[in-house]
Design a protein. Sequence first.
Length: 193
Amino acid sequence: MNLPKIEQANKYVGLYVVDFGDTSSVGFTANEVAELLESEEFADIKVYKIHNAYPDGRMELKGVPTDVFNLEMGMFFYSGNETTGREEYQKLFDLAENTFPPCRAKIELSKITAEVYTTALIFPAEYNDEVSDWLIDINYKTAGAAAGGISALTSYYEQRIETLESAQVGTERAVDEKTGRELIESTRLAVQR
């Protein structure tokens, strides 16, 4: 794969390189990659996440399985009663409103049984590392057990739960994302941003 020389490569960490086969392009967002993958024309692209960059323009890339862009995962924080569950839900919601998460996410408070409540954080699977780092950065801690992953989310959905509270939280990321025709036409560019 031939990549263009990138000035200020560190600005591209967290974005994606797409290999179209005969060409490649640097600087797509996760949402843009997901939209490309939904089209027949780009269903077979190869995707790499930029994990590190150096002053000379070199970048460390990590291959990303394309099916990850269609998956959700969750992190679940358990408590033994409704009062504690509501406190933990509200704490996470307040933290997310003050320090935006790295992607759009859903926070839910659910009753699993009379003695088990969970605060669920559900988000696109591709953002697993970033969401984990964000939870550490905002110092979100709970008193009970925690679980996470794609299988934990599947199990959560399969249980007969009662959702008590639910909210969408967004990201502050100020990137002008392309969609539709503009995105398709931009695939000819070697650098997106």
